[in-house]
Write a protein that binds this ligand. Structure first.
Ligand code: F6R
Length: 357
């Protein structure tokens, strides 16, 4: 039920702090330690490489998940778009584990990969919001997202739930492998939950950003580096699907290799700056487009902000910033669609789950 909210999407954005708390609770054992079923941990321990398979927003969550598997657990990880993987399968490692990320658990493109890799005898794990869904029933193991039903076509709380569950999985794997990650994930996810609440409380400020940058534009760009690049891809997808503004997400350093030709006087460019290591680089990229007339809207993290930033998210662990920064993009997309009079929850040409290949 959407209750007092005008749209399911708005409700689902607002559900995110509660979803985070629920996930932490569901994945804690009686001693308060994060824990994952032993069968799933055995699968991970046996694997020499993880192949994440997904589509759309779930693919974007997979890109963040790869960072966790590689940086925390030290497990080589590839992320693949499901529809490509089936017909253009890459060379596989000796002991692959296939991880399917799917909110609905019904995406036909992902299922086609599942059927094929099962035929080849490989291990499979589905990460889904829907217990009993096709991908859950057909995979060897399942991890549930615990985000609660997602009704709006544009995925919001499932994306943040996917990232949180992948972080927990990678963290537990790191512990099992005796690797020191230097992060207390339970504590850091609790901080993330508070930070998401802060962003939600700032919804009106973010609506102001839409007035200033997106009211009449036909296109927009999203730039970032490292994990901020992946969040930009998600920001662009969200904006496209409900506001119908043409949007592209780019690695900040890649713009100058062609795309910068599209920057005109007033072109909106959203720049995300949450990663200290590349803060100067993304600032430089923002200046490059600003010098060519772009209307740059920088969203930074507390501690890395500079004078003209449009919005500053609270400081959280550098590996977890996507969980907070994406909420800003969710609101930007929501208000852009709302201001254009679009059907926010049911955008044209789209269905909630894509059950055809
Ligand atoms: C975008 C969106 C889609 C889905 C994609 C995969 O907001 O919702 O891109 O993420 O169709 O769907 P699932 O996760 O159900 O496999």
């Amino acid at each position: 039920e959407k209750g007092t909210y005008e749209h399911y999407m708005l409700k689902e954005i607002n559900d995110q702090p509660a979803a985070m708390r629920k996930i932490i609770q569901e994945y804690q054992d009686e001693n308060g330690e994060l824990s994952i079923d032993t069968e799933i941990m055995d699968q991970i321990n046996d694997a020499d490489r993880v192949y994440i398979i997904a589509a759309g927003t779930s693919y974007h969550a997979g890109l963040i998940g790869k960072e966790y598997f590689e940086k925390w657990a030290g497990i080589p990880t590839e992320v693949h778009v499901a529809s490509e993987f089936v017909y253009n399968t890459p060379l596989l490692s000796k002991r692959p584990l296939f991880v399917f990320i799917s909110q609905s658990g019904e995406t036909a493109d992902s299922r086609a990969v599942l059927v094929e890799v099962k035929r080849l005898g490989h291990k499979t794990l589905t990460v889904t919001n829907v217990p009993g869904s096709t991908l859950s029933r057909e995979a060897d193991q399942t991890l549930i997202l615990h985000a609660g039903p997602e009704i709006a076509v544009a995925s919001t709380k499932a994306y943040t739930a996917q990232i949180a569950v992948l972080a927990i999985l990678a963290q537990v794997a790191a512990r099992a492998l005796g690797r020191e990650t230097g992060i207390n994930l339970t504590e850091e996810l609790a901080k993330v939950t508070t930070a998401i609440t802060t962003v939600i409380d700032d919804a009106e400020t973010i609506e102001g950003i839409v007035h200033e940058y997106l009211e009449t534009t036909r296109n927009a760009f999203f730039i970032g580096r490292a994990m901020d690049h992946y969040v930009g891809l998600e920001g662009a997808l969200k904006l496209k699907e409900i506001s119908y503004i043409q949007a592209e997400g780019f690695a900040g350093g890649e713009l100058k290799h062609g795309t910068i030709a599209l920057i005109e006087e007033g072109t909106p460019v959203f720049a995300l700056a949450t990663q200290e290591k590349v803060n100067l680089n993304i600032r430089g990229n923002a200046q490059e487009v600003q010098a060519r007339g772009a209307n740059v809207c920088t969203i930074a993290m507390e501690g890395l902000e500079s004078e003209n930033d449009a919005y500053v998210i609270p400081n959280v662990h550098s590996m977890l910033t996507p969980l907070v920064s994406v909420v800003v993009y969710q609101f930007i997309s929501y208000y852009a669609a709302l201001h254009r009079g679009n059907d926010v929850d049911k955008p044209r040409n789209l269905a909630k789950s894509v059950t055809v290949e």
